[in-house]
Design a protein around this ligand. Structure first.
Ligand code: N2P
Length: 387
């Protein structure tokens, strides 16, 4: 099959090359050439693919398996925040072929022409994706699903080291709403002794803070950001760690409570067990809901290896690869065909594949205008500086 495709490809390249020559017949007949070199296919790509994805998001060996099978060398780099990826895309010439923005950022990136439409004929495994999730993405972010393919989804929540938190709280019982642990001074003043960690990104922290104070998490109104940072200012001195790669901090006991991502908190829980830690770690389901995110693969506008990028996207969409992501990275997959291959203990973990009644409580992603993101970044930076 592969050979056939390559052959017909080479053939059409020869025909095209021949056509070009016909336009202007040479004045002098060229000397006959014994064996002309075969013309290169018109859009031959070097066997390279440059991927930029979130840290701690790809199962071990998956990239190597793709390289082995395809003969394509993958340069795999990681970023820690949507802001970092966005800045690269806006600057242009990032060198990356595939990037994985959260849908909150993918929307303005599509609108700004930073991502190219997919050639769906090159991604037959698109049919493995969950239709309702794709319909949601089409309605809110990417009309007709032209640019984005889900990598995973998950939610921003609170992760705790149950053992250390219980000790630090002493007689004080756990709050009903887990967000209190990271936002309410009564709790943070106690928990600072065992370490409070926040994700280090304006568009992660301001939305959860807005949600906590009863505002729309995706408010575009800078006046709301002021209210969020007024609340945050009261706990600022208690927050010790700002990081978007906090798995080891939580697993190793450096932080006893964190605003983090559901899968990362579950990985931390598993890692603590592997390390035979006596402490138990839990990814929480706050009573008022957590903030859902969708991370999506897309091909950059100026990608130098679009064919290889399509090949990788199709590879990732195989049911078994999607299931491996859930099994090893602890994020739910949007790949319906992959779900039956998810290990029973992961599928049964309610903080990974949440139940319908909790799902209904969660806050779906939306997006921000460029101005709003700028105002949010300013608000966040002054909070962090403690001003
Ligand atoms: C990183 C997972 C990224 C989730 N481990 C946030 N979009």
């Amino acid at each position: 099959m592969m050979k056939k495709i390559l052959w017909s490809f080479a053939l059409s390249a020869i025909v095209l090359a021949g056509c070009g020559k016909k336009e202007e017949p040479p004045a002098v007949a060229p000397a006959p050439v014994a064996s002309a070199p075969a013309p290169a296919p018109v859009n031959a790509e070097e066997k390279v693919l440059n991927i930029y994805n979130w840290a701690d998001y790809v199962p071990e060996g998956m990239i190597a398996a793709f390289e082995k099978e395809s003969g394509i060398k993958v340069n795999y780099d990681t970023f820690e925040t949507n802001e970092a990826l966005h800045a690269k895309l806006v600057a242009g010439n990032s060198g990356y072929d595939i990037v994985v923005p959260g849908s909150v950022f993918a929307k303005p990136q599509i609108e700004g022409g930073l991502l190219q439409p997919l050639d769906k004929s090159k991604i037959p495994n698109l049919s493995n994706l969950d239709a309702p999730i794709m319909a949601t993405l089409a309605a809110k972010t990417d009309p007709d699903n032209k640019h984005l393919v889900p990598w995973a989804w998950g939610f921003t929540t609170v992760g705790i080291n149950k053992t250390k938190v219980a000790k630090a709280l002493g007689k004080m019982p756990m709050p009903e709403n887990a967000w209190d642990l990271v936002f309410k001074p009564e709790y943070t003043s106690k928990l600072k002794s065992c370490g409070i960690a926040y994700l280090d990104s304006p568009t992660e922290i301001i939305p959860v803070a807005l949600h906590y104070i009863g505002k729309d998490a995706y408010s575009n109104d800078p006046a709301d950001y002021k209210l969020a940072t007024d609340m945050l200012a009261k706990v600022r001195k208690d927050v010790r760690i700002f990081s978007s790669t906090m798995i080891d901090d939580v697993a190793g006991g450096k932080a006893c409570v964190a605003i983090g991502w559901s899968g990362d908190m579950n990985i931390a829980a598993a890692r603590a067990k592997e390390n035979k830690s006596k402490d138990e770690i839990e990814s929480m389901l706050p009573s008022t809901g957590a903030l859902i995110f969708f991370d999506t693969m897309a091909i950059t506008k100026d990608a130098k290896h679009p064919n290889n990028a399509h090949a990788f996207i199709d590879f990732y969409l195989r049911a078994e690869n999607a299931a491996r992501m859930s099994n090893e990275m602890n994020y739910p997959t949007a790949n319906k065909a992959g779900v039956p291959l998810v290990k029973p203990e992961i599928a049964a973990n309610k903080t990974i594949f949440v139940e319908a009644d909790y799902f209904a409580k969660m806050i779906p992603p939306s997006s921000f205008s460029n101005e709003a993101r700028e105002a949010m970044a300013n608000a966040y930076n002054s909070f962090k500086k403690g001003k």
